[in-house]
Design a protein around this ligand. Structure first.
Ligand SMILES: [Zn+2]
Ligand SMILES: [Zn+2]
Length: 121
């Protein structure tokens, strides 16, 4: 499972990881794939890239970072975390034990900005 994620690299949906696994001959139900991915996320080995509504994306958790989601093309780009470890934001919630804060940046990716400028008269 971890190998499948590592080999495909970047941000993958559970479906994509599952397809990759079944390619190798193993047959796994979608539920099993989610279950294993969930366990890996809990163990801190795999990171869940939160991009808001839609498919959750999984990736190998090597360096803690945030994500940028392009409103135009939907591409997900890694954004380095300025602190580098979690939680990098202090949540103002009395009595809570916050251990993680993931930020989603939204806007237009460099490509869409360039395309937008190119199509302007
Ligand atoms: Zn874009
Ligand atoms: Zn990422």
């Amino acid at each position: 499972m971890l190998e499948a994620l590592r080999q495909s690299g970047g941000h993958r949906s559970a479906e994509a990881v599952g397809v990759r696994l079944t390619d190798g001959g193993a047959s796994l139900s979608r539920g099993t794939v989610y279950k294993v991915l969930d366990d890996l996320v809990s163990a801190g080995i795999v990171m869940l890239a939160d991009r808001g509504p839609g498919t959750a994306l999984y990736e190998i958790a090597d360096v803690w970072h945030h994500h940028f989601v392009c409103r135009t093309c939907g591409v997900v780009i890694d954004v380095p975390c300025q602190i580098g470890s979690k939680p990098c934001l202090e949540g103002d919630l009395a009595g809570a034990d916050i251990d993680e804060a993931q930020v989603i940046f939204r806007g237009r990716c460099p490509k869409c900005v360039t395309d937008g400028m190119a199509s302007r008269p």
